[in-house]
Design a protein around this ligand. Structure first.
Ligand code: ADP
Ligand code: MG
Length: 226
């Protein structure tokens, strides 16, 4: 995360720059690798046992592209668009287009600015959520990634409005996402493959909500400096 000058209260003004986005994406990729088998096991219970594999394929393609220089010189927005496009083109299954759209929309919301503040980043998270909901038509309570992302976006925005630091907003967003994940367990799935199970989807944690919480956990860690 870039640092800019000093604020009035003597606090460092923090902004999101390309290096921050890159670190975030690399941290997501590491954590997906770590939890790949767990995500796949969750999907084995209520889906087709490929969520970990799908996410791993997508984020491996992303980190490969970045290491080859595809993101060099890009502002945070275009960098996130590159991440999203790579996910769309490499991940089969529902989660590829959904996560791909989320990152692309977040990137578009940031525009071409080389540095953006916490409020703008909150707007990008909001745009990601809206993109997922437009594409997948899921509402909160349908037992999908929306159940983790919607409360996380709301928590991030309300923390920023209260004047919290970026780190604290990211921490609040992560916590809200984890609560959202836990809340998926008793739900019956109404969207995606798990919905085919009807009442048999009850009692299982949603894989996509779980990977969304990993994305926000990675944001918190990177915001806190790794
Ligand atoms: P697939 O279901 O095609 O095998 P994945 O296993 O990679 O794809 O992803 C499954 C996850 O995708 C689910 O756990 C759920 O969180 C998410 N998902 C599925 N359909 C939707 C939808 N319409 N809206 C939001 N998220 C969805
Ligand atoms: Mg699956």
């Amino acid at each position: 995360m870039g640092r800019l000058g000093s604020a009035e209260a003597g606090e460092v003004v923090r902004v999101v720059d390309s290096a921050f986005v890159r670190s975030w994406v690399e941290e997501i990729a590491r954590s997906i690798e770590d939890r790949r088998d767990f995500l796949t096991q969750l999907d084995a219970a209520i889906g087709d046992a490929d969520h970990g594999v799908n996410m791993s394929r997508g984020f491996t393609a992303v980190t490969t592209k970045l290491s080859e220089g595809a993101g060099d010189g890009l502002a945070p927005g275009p960098l996130l668009v590159l991440v999203g496009s790579t996910l769309v083109s490499t991940v089969g299954g529902a989660s590829g287009p959904l996560y791909g759209t989320a990152f692309r929309r977040a990137g578009k919301a940031l525009g071409e600015e080389p540095q953006v503040d916490a409020a703008a980043f909150g707007g990008a998270l909001r745009a990601a959520l809206e993109g997922i909901q437009q594409l997948g038509a899921a509402s909160e309570g349908d037992k999908t990634m929306v159940d983790a992302l919607a409360p996380a976006v709301a928590a991030f925005e309300s923390s920023v409005k209260r004047g919290a630091s970026f780190e604290d907003a990211a921490s609040d967003a992560h916590e809200a996402a984890e609560e959202g994940v836990a809340a998926t367990v008793p739900l019956q799935a109404r969207k995606g493959r798990a919905s085919y199970l009807g009442p048999r989807s009850v009692g299982h944690q949603d894989p996509g909500a779980t990977s969304t919480a990993l994305v926000l956990a990675a944001l918190e860690r990177v915001a806190k400096g790794g």
